[in-house]
Design a protein around this ligand. Structure first.
Ligand SMILES: Nc1ncnc2c1ncn2[C@@H]1O[C@H](COP(=O)(O)OP(=O)(O)OP(=O)(O)O)[C@@H](O)[C@H]1O
Ligand SMILES: [Mg+2]
Length: 255
């Protein structure tokens, strides 16, 4: 059974059909890339999946459960974590605190337990802290854990946002243009990190315009145009598809 299964997901804004009957599956432990020209509906599709937008039509199944129309916080609790196309780190708190916030997203430790079950609460907090430190170590940000997020480079802030999403231990991680604003060294590091996550069992959907990155990390690629799914295939199939190349003409060439 696929971990994510969407059936004819549609999102309309008045007369504009931003997402048009998109059906796709994501299997456990694979990286699915989504590409397409600007305005193709990639972010709107992800927003519909993660409860930022209520779908106008279609169904979304996550781990076999119908989550269509669930609000964003409930979808996060089910185990879907995401990053945003526009950075959303909390600038004026530390790197560590940014990631701890992500860890709490799925921790079941009600506030009153701090008083009623202090030992259990402390243990949960200790575990969350250890996990966050391990994550920061993994991406080379541990030494900067006390820095304010705003003092990190742009690429580091993007990496921090991914750590925050990962801290909730998601079954599915969705990245919306993680390479935007990164230099090529940061991009290479990110590609290695994303592949390592997959090798450790993480399931990932990634939207990205950078073709080198998407071709390097994806097991399967979905091409969207004008709100709809246009093609689906392996990176090699997509790279060699003349119709896909035409879609990108005038924007950028599939390298
Ligand atoms: N909240 C909204 N209200 C109205 N129209 C919207 C809204 N969000 C997106 N759209 C429209 O939906 C279409 C798809 O936009 P979307 O941002 O999903 O594309 P995208 O593939 O993510 O593009 P990009 O690669 O530039 O990020 C566009 O025409 C956009 O203007
Ligand atoms: Mg987008």
């Amino acid at each position: 059974m696929p971990i994510l299964d969407t059936k004819d997901v549609t999102k309309q804004f008045g007369g504009l059909v931003a997402v048009n009957q998109v059906s796709m599956t994501v299997n456990k432990n694979e990286i699915v890339g989504i590409i397409g020209p600007n305005g193709a509906g990639k972010t709107s599709f992800i927003n519909a999946l993660t409860g930022i937008y209520k779908p106008s039509g279609g169904q979304i199944f996550f781990q076999g459960k119908d989550i269509t129309g669930f609000p964003a916080y409930k979808i996060a609790k089910q185990g879907i974590a995401r990053t945003f196309q526009n950075l959303r780190v909390f600038s004026n708190i530390s790197v560590l605190e940014n990631v701890l916030i992500g860890a709490h997203c799925r921790i079941d430790n009600p506030f009153h337990h701090i008083f009623l079950r202090p030992l259990r609460s402390k243990k949960i907090e200790r575990q969350a802290y250890a996990k966050v430190i391990a994550l920061l170590k993994n991406v080379g940000l541990e030494e900067k854990k006390e820095s304010l997020a705003k003092n990190l480079s742009y690429g580091e802030q993007r990496t921090l946002e991914i750590c925050r999403a990962l801290a909730s231990d998601p079954e599915l991680l969705i990245l919306d243009e993680p390479c935007a604003g990164m230099n090529s060294a940061e991009m290479d590091t990110l590609a290695d990190f994303v592949k390592k996550l997959r090798d450790e069992g993480q399931t990932i959907v990634v939207i990205e315009h950078n073709m080198c990155f998407i071709m390097a990390v994806s097991d399967r690629i979905i091409v969207m145009t004008e709100g709809a799914k246009f093609r689906e295939g392996t990176p090699a199939e997509i790279r060699n598809d003349l119709e896909v190349q035409k879609v990108y003409l005038g924007e950028q060439e599939v390298e």
